[in-house]
Design a protein around this ligand. Structure first.
Ligand SMILES: Cc1cc2nc3c(=O)[nH]c(=O)nc-3n(C[C@H](O)[C@H](O)[C@H](O)COP(=O)(O)OP(=O)(O)OC[C@H]3O[C@@H](n4cnc5c(N)ncnc54)[C@H](O)[C@@H]3O)c2cc1C
Length: 349
């Protein structure tokens, strides 16, 4: 009989992020499909009570918590100690956590401490022949594999966007659900020596933050934006203005082809806000968004691999014979992206 532990780090306000609620929904479903299994929740953070209240009706038989100022910060020593203590207290055989930066960094070490195994970048959980199984992609998302393990405890880190988020117990209005008060069993942790303090965060200003994993639309820019246009001149400055204007108005997330980010890396006068973090494709990211719009983009990798998890795909290209845009886009607009985006931005107001 499996004991499935849903394990999550709470946000600064004590709530659970969307990715954590997605993992909870997946954990619930896995538990429901494994007869005799038990679902336990484990929460780590400065204050875990708000999160516990929000999931009070999720069906977990116990809600375990490690809380206190030391556990508010992302720090390997305290995160690993807390997760280890909760997993032991729950006698967990399966541990499911959202693949956020804290879990990605600390849980592989916890698997080692517990004598268990871990799989990262998991995209689906299911029961196969009465046994839990995980699905993940290999070789830069070109092959999908499903695997089971006999080793326990088995930790799996679920990628965001792969399951619907837990939305409260069926039949209970969200307002009432939020007002539920859950009993949290505090788990004692012997504090390790603390050598690391988080002094603060350095991040670009909000209007320069162009990677938005929760955006409805992924806007992919290709190197064509910086190439010579029909008047024989490149128009990088206007390209920058059109792209940033569109992102600002729509809050879309920005993806790039490898060619374009490589140009930026060489310090040429191109799209200054573009970095390698924006790159999609075989050697970049494979984000998940309901819709995608590729512009001035010809490459195979952004279209085949970078778009793998995009729901509805459209492309704008001057070249009607662009085989990747034709083959992988649901709709191909054969048009000048400068003209189209000028018009789109004007319509957006
Ligand atoms: C091992 C390996 C791994 C790779 N991994 C990746 C990866 O992860 N991601 C990735 O992106 N690439 C990757 N590449 C590179 C990839 O093969 C392509 O070279 C690259 O994606 C091409 O970039 P692009 O489409 O931006 O530019 P280009 O090929 O230069 O295409 C520019 C396009 O813009 C169009 N265009 C120009 N002006 C306009 C306009 N005004 N309006 C509309 N359209 C216009 C042109 O018609 C053209 O189709 C990899 C290559 C290798 C060998």
């Amino acid at each position: 009989m499996e004991t499935i532990l849903f394990l999550a780090f709470t946000e600064a306000d004590g709530s659970l992020a969307k990715a954590a609620l997605e993992t909870l929904a997946a954990a619930k479903q896995l538990s429901a499909s494994l007869p005799g299994s038990t679902l336990v929740a484990g929460l780590i953070g400065a204050d875990v009570q708000p999160a516990a209240n929000a999931i009070a009706a999720c069906g977990a038989t116990r809600i375990l918590g490690v809380s206190g100022a030391e556990f508010s910060q992302s720090r390997y020593a305290t995160d690993a100690a807390a997760a280890e203590a909760i997993a032991k207290s729950a006698a967990a055989t399966i541990v499911l956590a959202p693949a956020g930066s804290r879990a990605n960094r600390s849980l592989p070490g916890v698997a080692q401490r517990l004598g268990g195994r871990i799989d990262t970048h998991v995209t689906a959980l299911a029961a196969a022949d009465g046994k839990p199984a995980v699905t993940r992609w290999y070789y830069r998302q070109r092959m999908e594999g499903t695997l089971t393990r006999t080793a326990r405890p088995w930790i799996a880190l679920l990628e965001s966007g792969c399951a619907p988020a837990y939305a409260g117990a069926a039949g209970i209005a969200p307002a009432r659900s939020a007002a539920l008060s859950a009993t949290v069993e505090g788990v004692l942790v012997a504090l390790p020596t603390i050598r690391t303090e988080v002094a603060g965060f350095r991040s670009p200003p909000a209007d320069q933050q162009t990677i938005r994993p929760d955006a409805k639309l992924l806007f992919v820019a290709g190197a064509g934006w910086t190439k010579k246009q029909p008047d024989g001149q490149p128009h990088a400055a206007e390209a920058e203005q059109l792209i940033l204007g569109f992102l600002h108005k729509t809050q879309a997330s920005l993806g790039s082809t490898k060619s374009l980010v490589d140009l930026s890396g060489e310090g040429q006068d191109v799209l200054k806000f573009m970095t390698h973090l924006n790159q999609v494709g075989q050697t970049g990211a494979t984000p998940r968004h309901p819709k995608g719009l590729a512009t001035c983009c010809h490459g195979e990798e952004p279209h085949t691999v970078g778009w793998r998890f995009i729901g509805e795909r459209r492309a704008i290209n001057l070249n009607a014979a662009c085989s990747w845009a034709q083959g992988k886009a649901d709709v191909l607009y054969v048009a000048d992206a400068f003209e189209v985006m000028r018009k789109v931005n004007a319509l957006l107001g």
